[in-house]
Design a protein around this ligand. Structure first.
Ligand code: C2E
Ligand code: MG
Ligand code: MG
Ligand code: MG
Length: 277
């Protein structure tokens, strides 16, 4: 009967919720331990500079394979870490690794900048800028080798919170570059682009994915590149998987290309192999 079906629904819904909550609690617990033991890994995904044809920037992406749960993807991990506050720990782990790696490459005579992804929660800490500068000093990594990728969600909150904008300016003055990641899918406001020290737009990969299939997407992406250029920003296309997509984006004037067409995220050793190719 209808009533029975309704009853079932309530039971199965609460079971699903229960399961999700259990998984979240388990992730939180295991993540805390993984951070403690520095059991997270970092892979690096290169960007190709269109003008030189060379790898100019590599993006550090967190990887976690837990003994009990197996691989937990960033798409599952990061939102839980943001909610629980463990994103601060992930952020400082990634920052330290990125700085160390950038310095190793610099000493080897390779000119590679390293980009990390930052969540706005990390910048709610009034000491964030100082922590980053301290880490640069501790590792000996020049500020000019570090890029920080933020999202539109971050930008919106930063615009409204003066102390976040100030921290960004402080870092920019030291030579750190801010990249607006996943550009175009966030929130309908460009106001932050007047205020925040943004150097680069990275157009979201959902646009790249449909560019060959949709004339509207082509016009949209061309327009986004032009917007970036007219504001004297660098423009990067992400999620580029084919030569055809790359060609089109290069004709639009993109400064750099990132995606499986160039390389998936790989180890530092594999980055070095890509450089000699
Ligand atoms: P993102 O920063 O936009 O990074 C791009 C994501 O797309 C990465 O997934 C990358 O592996 C994937 N990708 C790159 N090229 C291609 C392509 O050509 N095709 C397809 N299908 N995918 C591609 P990943 O590593 O799973 O990371 C997902 C998201 O998680 C990142 O998106 C970023 O927002 C977040 N994230 C990853 N690591 C960190 C971190 O250390 N801190 C923070 N706060 N967020 C992170
Ligand atoms: Mg990114
Ligand atoms: Mg992105
Ligand atoms: Mg993304």
């Amino acid at each position: 009967s209808v009533r029975e079906a309704g009853g079932d629904k309530i039971v199965s819904l609460s079971k699903a919720t229960h399961k999700a909550l259990n998984r979240k609690a388990l992730i939180e617990k295991r993540l805390l331990q993984a951070l403690d033991q520095k059991n997270l890994k970092v892979l690096y995904q290169p960007q190709i500079d269109v003008k030189t044809g060379k790898i100019s920037v590599v993006e550090a992406l967190v990887r976690w394979e837990d003994e009990v749960m197996g691989v937990v993807s960033p798409d599952e991990l990061i939102p839980i870490a943001e909610e629980t506050g463990l994103i601060n720990n992930i952020g400082s782990f990634m920052l330290e690794r990125a700085c160390e790696q950038a310095l190793i490459w610099k000493k080897a005579g390779l000119h590679l900048k390293v980009a990390i992804n930052s969540s706005v929660r990390e910048f709610r800490d009034k000491n964030m800028a100082k922590s980053i500068l301290d880490m640069l000093a501790k590792t000996g990594c020049p500020a000019s080798l570090l890029q920080i990728e933020i999202t539109e969600k971050f930008a919106l909150e930063a615009e409204a919170a003066t102390f976040i904008t100030q921290q960004m300016r402080k870092l920019e003055n030291e030579g750190i570059v801010f990249v607006l990641d996943d550009f175009g899918i966030g929130y309908g406001s460009f106001r932050y682009m007047q205020i925040l020290p943004i150097d680069t737009l990275k157009i979201d990969q959902t646009f790249t994915r449909s560019i060959l299939k949709s004339e509207k997407t082509q016009k949209l992406m061309h327009g986004m590149v032009q917007l970036g250029k007219s504001m004297e920003l660098k423009v990067v296309a992400e999620g580029v998987e084919t030569a055809e997509q790359a060609d089109l984006l290069v004709t639009y004037g993109c400064d750099a290309i990132q995606g499986y067409y160039i390389s998936k995220p790989v180890t530092p050793e594999e980055i070095e192999e890509l450089l000699v190719k």
